[in-house]
Design a binder for this molecule. Structure first.
Ligand code: BEZ
Length: 188
């Protein structure tokens, strides 16, 4: 039988796994693209929400933050959407959702702390799968050292029936300007 020695097979297997893991970064999502369909969590890890289903047939806002409970996200970013929720709804926005690479318990606790209930849906992307599908990973060494893993760039998008109509990503991924609710209002 024409079999490779076990040692060689093992080494081939390992290198293939390595190649698979180091896959190329996804191109960032852009205006005109469909929102990727990825399962995220809301409330607890057993409560699964599919991102495409969530925005299907709706006009919505999705914004991403580097981390729950981090200073700027807590003092400015999330509160801006809670404060402008009614104004956004008056302009036809049916759903406002916040996402971060955090677990569902953390996102839920952050939402409760910020009184987001009924205003902003708190979506957890614990493994970063949705963030990678968006092509919006925040891959900065200093940030990984501070927060422990790759997070999501700060962004906001306007969605109509699951299609991106407007998209603003903060130029450095963490700054807080074009992704605030006051700016989102000007996109609608
Ligand atoms: C923030 O304050 O939102 C923040 C802090 C550290 C890293 C990223 C964001």
């Amino acid at each position: 039988m024409n079999q490779l020695p076990q040692r060689v097979c093992g080494s081939v297997g390992r290198s293939l796994r390595q190649i698979h893991r180091v896959s190329a970064a996804t191109m960032p999502i852009k205006v005109g693209d469909k929102l990727p369909a990825v399962d995220v969590h809301e409330g607890d890890p057993h409560s699964v929400v599919n991102t495409a289903e969530l925005f299907k047939g709706k006009r919505g806002i999705l914004f991403g933050v580097p981390g729950a409970f981090t200073p700027a996200c807590t003092k400015s970013h999330l509160p801006s959407y809670i404060e402008k929720c009614e104004e956004l709804k008056k302009k036809g926005i049916e759903i406002i959702a916040c996402m971060a690479v955090n677990d569902a318990f953390v996102m839920s606790a952050w939402g409760k702390d910020q009184k987001a209930d009924g205003k902003v849906r708190m979506l957890a992307d614990p493994s970063g799968t949705f963030t990678r599908a968006l092509g919006l990973e925040l891959d900065k060494e200093a940030l990984i050292a501070a927060l422990g893993n790759k997070r999501c760039q700060r962004f906001v998008m306007l969605l109509e029936n699951g299609v991106v109509k407007e998209l603003k990503v903060e130029p450095d991924g963490t700054g807080i300007n074009c992704s605030l609710a006051s700016h989102a209002l000007t996109l609608i």
